[in-house]
Design a protein around this ligand. Structure first.
Ligand SMILES: *[C@@H]1O[C@H](CO)[C@@H](O)[C@H](O)[C@H]1NC(C)=O
Ligand SMILES: *[C@@H]1O[C@H](CO)[C@@H](O)[C@H](O)[C@H]1NC(C)=O
Ligand SMILES: *[C@@H]1O[C@H](CO)[C@@H](O)[C@H](O)[C@H]1NC(C)=O
Length: 510
């Protein structure tokens, strides 16, 4: 098998060499170049086909997956859609969001398969999309403008949501209970678009810290591409961070805001290099042992971001954070003595049964990013006796990404419209209801449920959406009512964008 592989590879290279050596001698005016192109491409495609067959388990097409993972965000857009909108089954929606509080809160992203704009996960989505561009933008090639546009759709909204800070930081639009008891297209929405906010009286340092992180990370994305926009984002980030620090208090009923304050300050430090953020970070030092990274827990992300200072900038003041980042990796790696991470028999990281792939994509982002830092600095570390190199982390990240893209016991791609088999009945209102173009008449709250409960596949393909994924035994039911497995979410896709860009590059070093 190996010999066959080498033989095919050699044949392919020989053909390529003949083509490139001979081509300058073909006279431009003769019909030969066209013909030779034809032969070249037929041989070349044959060569690729044979090569893939010989290798057995070829890499998925990461470039295609990257483009689709970014396109997905267009399907989640709220507000007035621009003329270059590519997902045509969507239309304008929620054009009066904010009006009940006399503010303009149009735009931004619907969170998942529903029509609510939850500010907290939206901000995390924005931070991870931005980090993807900051770290891997150079590998995105022609997808870079689309990735920036996906960030901007969110930050345009976050600028509106933070315009009244410190009196108010708007934390979301849409009554979740009313929304969830309807099955309606966003374009038809008639549930209360309640506006939520935090304020000095009702503080929320978790959402404020995350929003500051998002704006600061996005300011780095636009630093050279659009300097004045970048400055606006950074000014808003500083303002929101000051609000988060001044009025500590939690918004959600989760752990509180310590991790978001660390995360926000880490991103402001990255965006400004201002020592005051470093001093603040040191004052927050926490020894929380985490083995998860998600929209609701940012410790690991902040530590990997700060480990960059230790590894790439060789600043020893950040060594404590680097060590914490390494301890996190030791809790994830399957063969590490301190591992506390469960894996499915097919090799997928398994954290929680609802929307598990959000943890897989977030953790894989940290694995690939830490691998990138370690490769650039020739750094290794140990988990007990286990030596961890950049390829240890990269291989695990690749395995997770490949699993999502179809290399798993079911041969099922968990990205919609990628690969031969993918979920057809995703738990998503807009995707499952007929489009406005095909059914212009209003479909009411209760009338929509027939489209939730039908066995037919969704009429509108939400290209690039990654769903919640399989259960702990690698099983998956393509069933719209299985929201734990079949619902996509912006915060599942956002970190995956970065890992896909990483693997679509020709080498894995920076
Ligand atoms: C809200 O703000 C956006 C962006 O600035 C603007 O395009 C839109 O017209 C505004 N909508 C309302 C209702 O004021
Ligand atoms: C990287 O580290 C290894 C051992 O830790 C060493 O042998 C090698 O020379 C280093 N390479 C570079 C480029 O520094
Ligand atoms: C998945 O694909 C492999 C390789 O093509 C095949 O051997 C296996 O039977 C497939 N499994 C399922 C469940 O279709």
């Amino acid at each position: 098998m190996l010999l066959l592989f080498l033989y095919i590879k050699a044949m392919g290279l020989a053909l390529l060499a003949v083509y490139f050596i001979a081509s300058p001698f073909w006279p431009m005016a003769s019909p030969k170049p066209g013909l030779s192109f034809f032969f070249f491409f037929s041989f070349f495609s044959l060569f690729i086909l044979l090569l893939r067959g010989a290798e057995g388990n070829p890499n998925p097409n990461y470039g295609e997956a990257l483009a689709k993972s970014i396109l997905f965000f267009q399907g989640q857009r709220s507000g007035r859609l621009p003329p270059d909108q590519k997902i045509k089954w969507r239309a304008d929606s929620a054009l009066t969001d904010g009006s009940s509080a006399n503010v303009n809160l149009t735009g931004g992203y619907y969170d998942a398969g529903d029509n609510v704009k939850f500010g907290f996960p939206m901000a995390f989505t924005t931070t991870m999309l931005s980090w993807s561009v900051v770290e891997y933008g150079k590998r995105m090639g022609s997808q870079l403008p689309a990735a920036r546009a996906a960030v901007r759709w969110a930050t345009d909204y976050l600028l509106l949501a933070t315009a009244a800070v410190p009196s108010r930081l708007y934390a979301g639009v849409g009554d979740p209970n009313a929304d969830h008891s309807c099955w309606e297209r966003p374009e038809d929405m008639d549930t209360p678009r309640t506006v939520y906010w935090v304020s000095p009286e009702k503080p929320g340092s978790d959402i404020a810290g995350e929003t500051a992180a998002a704006l600061a990370a996005a300011s780095v994305v636009f630093r050279t591409a659009d300097r004045s926009y970048s400055s606006r984002l950074l000014a808003a980030a500083k303002n929101v961070m000051a609000f988060a620090v001044k009025y500590e208090g939690k918004y959600s009923d989760s752990l509180g805001g310590a991790d978001e304050l660390l995360w926000g300050a880490s991103w402001l430090l990255r965006a400004t290099n201002d020592a005051s953020y470093f001093n603040y970070l040191k004052s927050l030092e926490a020894d929380d042992q985490v083995d998860i990274f998600s929209w609701d827990n940012k410790f690991a992300g902040a530590r990997v971001l700060l480990a960059r200072k230790a590894l790439i900038e060789e600043d020893q003041a950040y060594d404590a954070f680097r060590v914490q980042a390494e301890e996190f990796m030791c809790r994830i790696l399957p063969n590490s003595p301190s591992s506390s991470t469960q894996y499915t028999p097919g090799g997928l990281i398994f954290k929680l049964s609802s929307s598990n792939l959000q943890y897989v994509t977030s953790i894989s982002f940290l694995l690939s990013t830490c691998a990138k830092f370690m490769a650039s600095s020739n750094h290794t570390f140990k988990c007990g006796n286990l030596l961890v190199t950049s390829s240890t982390l990269r291989n695990l990240a690749k395995k997770q990404v490949d699993y999502i893209l179809g290399q798993n016991p079911l041969n099922m791609s968990y990205m919609v419209a990628f690969g031969a088999q993918f979920p057809k009945k995703i738990h998503h209102r807009g995707s499952s209801l007929p489009s406005k173009a095909s059914r212009p008449n209003h479909i009411g709250c209760q009338d929509g449920f027939q489209y939730l409960n039908t066995d037919n596949p969704n009429p509108n393909i939400l290209i690039g959406a990654v769903v919640g994924g399989p259960n702990q035994n690698d099983a998956f039911s393509d069933d719209r009512n299985n929201y734990a497995g079949s619902e996509p979410a912006t915060y599942i896709n956002a970190p995956l964008v970065g890992s896909l860009a990483y693997f679509s590059g020709s080498d894995y070093k920076d």
